[in-house]
Structure formats: C-alpha cells, structure tokens
Design a protein around this ligand. Structure first.
Ligand SMILES: [Zn+2]
Length: 86
C-alpha cells in the first residue's frame, strides 16, 4: 500500500498548466540535475581516518532532512564529529 499522505506535489495542477514549455524544460533539467547530484553524493566514500580523533573505520555517511532538503554528512562513531559531504 502506498501512503499518499507522505507524498507531496511539487506544484499544483493550475501552476503546472500555467507554465510555458520553456519553463517546463528548465524545470525538468533542474530535477534531473538534482537527481544526478544526489546519486553522486550518496555514493561518497567516507574517509578511512577521522580527521578529528584519528580513529580508523569509524566514519560513516549519514543524512539529515533540514527544511525538506536532504543533506549528507560524514560522522565519526568514535568522537561523534560530523562534517558535510563536499
Ligand atoms: Zn572521530
């Protein structure tokens, strides 16, 4: 079962109908670029060594949703140091 309440429309139907073809094209390109960027970020490889405490094998990738935007961070499980994925 799909929980429809968890899905949000980016724009309303009326706004969509009012868009010009050029705007639609730009919007689609923007969405495509966003997907490509997110795919690239989620495949980021965490460093072997934590830059703060020097522990090895403790750094993982985590995600935070801030204001509806998903951001990715590296996190060290040894010292809890977090820093954004570049
Ligand atoms: Zn650390």
């Amino acid at each position: 079962m799909v929980n429809k309440s968890s899905r949000k429309s980016l724009i309303s139907i009326n706004d969509f109908l009012n868009l010009t073809q050029g705007t639609i094209s730009r919007l689609l390109n923007l969405m495509k670029n966003t997907v490509d960027e997110m795919t690239e970020i989620t495949q980021a490889t965490p460093p072997d060594i934590c830059p703060r405490c020097g522990s090895t094998g403790t750094v993982t990738v985590i995600s935070k949703t801030i204001g509806g935007v998903v951001r990715y961070y590296f996190k060290c499980s040894s010292c809890n140091y977090q820093w954004p994925v570049q």
